[in-house]
Design a protein around this ligand. Structure first.
Ligand code: PMV
Length: 331
């Protein structure tokens, strides 16, 4: 299959998007702030042509067309083309397991489709299109630190990937399997929780403080707000009917280990998304001691240490991996 190959890294939410203001348009109800994770990526190969239908596989498995229909329709309208797309996508990290694979997946897909058509679409338009598939993907079409505000159609860059070179995210993979409940269903059910209005209210207050903490590179403050956002999001999920619990005993063991580390003065600030994995914000000098402590308290976990990553990259199918080019504004 010839065509375009695009790579995008997942967008890890430090401050969480959880809930939709408009379900049909997939508009977020809370503002999120995220960092792109270097070293983890989705790679998607796309060709477009006069095919009878759009087709997409993820890790070799054919996907349900409904999940992608809105994104493909939006791409066709932007590109002014009736062509269909054939896409093969794979991840170098666990898929649908709470590691934001839908963010990198839809980001890589829309960028590859746009490049295949050879038309100039701005990164803002790509962000808007990716959002239709997964709101976190609106952030993943940019690198570095990004925000997607409540009610917004597209994300924005807050700072470039090299803004905070000492920042690290230690990703503790507790389970490799797919989560039982998707973010989409989790959000829908959480929105009927009596705690959901409180979640929306508190995230309004947390988001601007977190943006300020990021701009000041104030990790203790950003870490504190990240934990608040995380636990309040999970409180809305836990209080749904029926309750949603994404964590496992390993998740809890790692949460407690982070608490022990902080009490010893080590800056280890945990966050969890719609899955059992634990991601720890920290500084580069502390990654070895944090990784060792996590392994000791939870043998068998896989640890990935990631730094703030760049935006999507692409190459022509048939070219070597070292020929990847960055996606430029209005490529
Ligand atoms: O974009 P979705 O539908 O995969 O939802 C992402 C939800 C969280 O990962 C829990 C939070 C976020 O902002 O990424």
């Amino acid at each position: 299959m010839s065509g375009i190959i695009c790579r995008a890294s997942p967008s890890l939410a430090v401050i969480k998007y959880w809930g939709k203001q408009d379900r049909d348009l997939n508009i977020p109800a809370t503002s999120s702030l995220a960092v792109t994770l270097d070293g983890l990526f989705t790679e998607t190969k796309v060709k477009s042509g006069n095919f009878t239908e759009d087709r997409i596989t993820v890790n070799g498995v054919r996907q349900q067309p409904e999940r992608y229909a809105g994104v493909f329709a939006c791409l066709r309208s932007l590109l002014g083309s009736e062509n269909r797309f054939e896409a093969e996508s794979s991840n170098n990290f666990p898929t649908s397991a709470g590691l934001a694979s839908s963010s990198s997946g839809f980001a890589a897909l829309v960028c590859a489709c746009a490049l295949t058509a050879g038309r100039k679409i701005s990164v803002k338009q790509l962000s808007e299109t990716a959002r239709i598939g997964s709101a976190s993907a609106a952030r993943a079409v940019y690198g570095g630190f990004t925000a997607l505000e409540a009610g917004a159609c597209f994300a924005e860059t807050i700072a470039a990937a090299d803004f905070w070179p000492e920042l690290r995210v230690v990703v503790a993979v507790t389970e490799e399997a797919q989560k039982a409940l998707s973010s989409r269903d989790g959000m829908l059910r959480s929105s009927a929780s009596p705690y959901y209005p409180a979640w929306l209210d508190s995230s309004k207050d947390i988001f601007p403080r977190a943006v300020a903490a990021l701009k000041h590179k104030d990790l203790p403050e950003l870490g504190r707000l990240c934990r608040l956002s995380t636990y309040r999001m999970h409180a809305a999920a836990l209080s749904a009917d029926p309750p949603i619990l994404y964590w496992t005993p390993r998740t809890l063991a790692l949460i407690q280990e982070c608490g022990r580390m902080r009490r010893k003065g080590i800056g280890a600030w945990e966050t969890m998304d719609a899955g059992p994995q634990v991601k720890i914000l920290c500084l580069s000098d502390d990654t070895a001691v944090i990784s060792n402590a996590l392994r000791r308290s939870c043998p068998g976990i896989r640890i990935i240490v990631s730094r703030p990553g760049g935006g999507p990259q692409w190459r022509y199918a048939g070219e070597n991996e070292d020929e990847m080019r960055p996606l430029r504004e209005a490529e």
